[in-house]
Design a binder for this molecule. Structure first.
Ligand code: FAD
Length: 471
């Protein structure tokens, strides 16, 4: 058996972050009778949890019910890489194209969101395991070195806190023979967290503030009741509320207007056993604890945890399955995806040959055609949503939730007038065009990565229209 496959044999399918029995709370009981409330929140991930907290902070008397179809943190919020980033609209080019003239405001709002988010951890004593390590991009081909060097010079000239590593310097930071250069964006408040601890911390705070939470409670149907109420059906019971916030990510939502905004793209991750001292020394990584992504279309993202494991995700294993497949039984535990990740891991870190992976897991990334969150509301502001963070939701969900609750009337502000909120996203093409389009684009991206970053005709066409595929 090949070594990279053998390294997976003792892994268990479970997000590393979930596997913390000492801090993981028991699931709360499911809804067992009909209920009434002012605000119903559907979804127990970051968006739902931040939405409930921000409403309670703005309007403490609000009676809130939050329902979650499985358990808090079972969605992407408990399955991600834990990279926390202040960006709200997925980079400058994307922002300028979709929201011309709003880049500065969105930057400012992103910074403000991060400051407030981190202050919330302090205020409520949430053990997020936050480390302000910035973000480090590594080049693994000459094309990337040139692009990154140009970025570095522009960012440095703009006064950003950035560091350039040539090949030897980068390999001294983290020892991979594949690295040709590195760009460390040290500034801002970007870094890493333990995402499940954040969800569970928020859950505790919400319960203390009087939010009623029901787990194992799926929403089956939701419709208006008269002119000012909503009725939400959850298996055998009904919740009647004045307002509903949908925080359901790319999972199927009974309201089509929410569901059709995003497609679910599966992303897979693996985590090693804790590295021993010799392994740590062989990499040198533990000194600066960089949060790393390689400069590529199908990039890997990886980091160290507090107990010195490496988590490794992304790359070519990312997939969209026909007709918005979100069936965990079918798509979650796919050996070939994890084998591909493992192979790419050992190509990057050959000195770790012999190490085993303890965990493997996957989750869905809600991808929108504008590559960032899509907020919206309907029924005269009785229902609102924020979905589609496209791979950058750990920080941005707090802002998405803020827009969602403001659309519902909880202290609305000027942000609701921005194109970022008012502009409708382009719809996804119907099947089978959607599947072919995503697959074709993904193959073109892989080809470009193999070809020193050189983009073929199809990608150039998409670039010209500012379309494409990212996660
Ligand atoms: C593998 C992976 C790695 C990622 N890495 C990063 C990263 O490093 N940095 C970053 O910024 N972003 C990352 N992301 C994206 C980020 O995790 C998400 O954008 C973010 O967690 C979305 O939060 P959410 O609350 O909107 O969705 P979720 O966390 O998915 O929450 C939605 C919840 O709604 C529940 N739900 C759905 N339908 C119903 C229903 N009908 N009734 C009741 N409940 C329902 C679901 O069970 C789920 O718990 C990653 C995502 C994945 C999958």
């Amino acid at each position: 058996m090949q070594a990279h496959i053998e390294a997976l044999l003792s892994s268990k399918y479970c997000p590393l972050w979930h596997d913390q029995p000492d801090v993981r709370p028991e699931a709360l009981p499911a809804l067992s009778q009909d209920e009434n409330c002012e605000l119903l929140i559907v979804g127990g991930g970051f968006t739902g949890l931040w939405g409930a907290l921000q409403v309670k902070e703005r309007s403490p008397e609000t009676d809130i019910i939050l329902i979650e179809k499985t358990f808090i943190a079972d969605g992407s919020s408990g399955r991600n890489g834990g990279f926390i980033n202040s960006s709200l609209a997925h980079g400058e080019t994307n922002t300028d194209h979709h929201f011309p003239g709003e880049a500065d405001k969105l930057y400012e709002l992103g910074q403000q969101n991060m400051t407030e988010l981190l202050a919330t951890f302090e205020r409520y004593n949430i053990d997020a395991r936050y480390e302000q390590v910035g973000e480090t991009e590594v080049a693994t081909n000459q094309g990337s070195v040139e692009v990154m060097r140009k970025d570095f010079e522009e960012e440095e000239a703009a006064g950003d806190d950035v560091v350039w590593f040539d090949k030897n310097e980068m390999q001294a930071e983290v020892n991979s023979p594949t690295y040709l250069a590195g760009l460390w964006r040290k500034g801002d408040q970007n870094g890493i967290i333990d995402p499940a601890r954040v969800c569970w911390g928020l859950k505790r705070v919400l319960l203390d503030l009087g939010v009623r939470i029901f787990e194992n409670t799926p929403l089956d149907d939701c419709h208006p009741l008269g002119n000012d109420k909503m009725q939400s059906h959850c298996v055998d019971h009904v919740i009647t509320s004045d307002k509903v916030l949908m925080a359901t990510n790319a999972y199927h939502n009974p309201l089509k207007v929410v569901s059709r905004t995003t497609i679910p793209v599966w992303d897979y991750q693996i985590a090693t056993e804790p590295l021993n001292q010799q392994q740590l020394d062989s990499l040198g990584w533990h000194k600066s604890r960089h949060a790393i992504g390689n400069h590529a279309n199908m990039f890997h993202y990886y980091r160290v945890t507090q107990d010195n494991r490496i988590t490794w995700g992304g790359g070519g294993a990312v997939r969209y399955y026909f007709n918005k497949g979100t069936d965990f039984a079918k798509h979650a535990d796919m050996p070939e995806r994890f084998e591909q990740l493992s192979k790419e891991f050992f190509e990057t870190f050959p000195s770790l040959t012999g190490i085993n992976f303890s965990h493997r897991w996957s989750g869905i990334i809600a991808t929108s055609t504008r590559f960032c969150m899509v907020p919206g509301s309907t029924l005269n502001g009785r229902v609102a949503w924020a979905v589609g963070y496209t791979g950058l939701g750990v920080g941005a969900t707090r802002f998405g939730a803020r827009i969602g609750i403001e659309l519902l009337g909880y202290q609305p502000s000027d942000i609701l007038k921005m194109q970022f909120v008012t502009k409708k996203p382009m719809p996804w093409a119907p099947e089978p065009f959607r599947w072919f389009g995503v697959r074709f684009t993904q193959n073109a991206l892989v080809k470009a990565d193999r070809n020193n970053g050189k983009r073929g005709l199809w990608l150039k066409l998409l670039d010209a229209m500012n379309l494409g595929f990212t996660c």
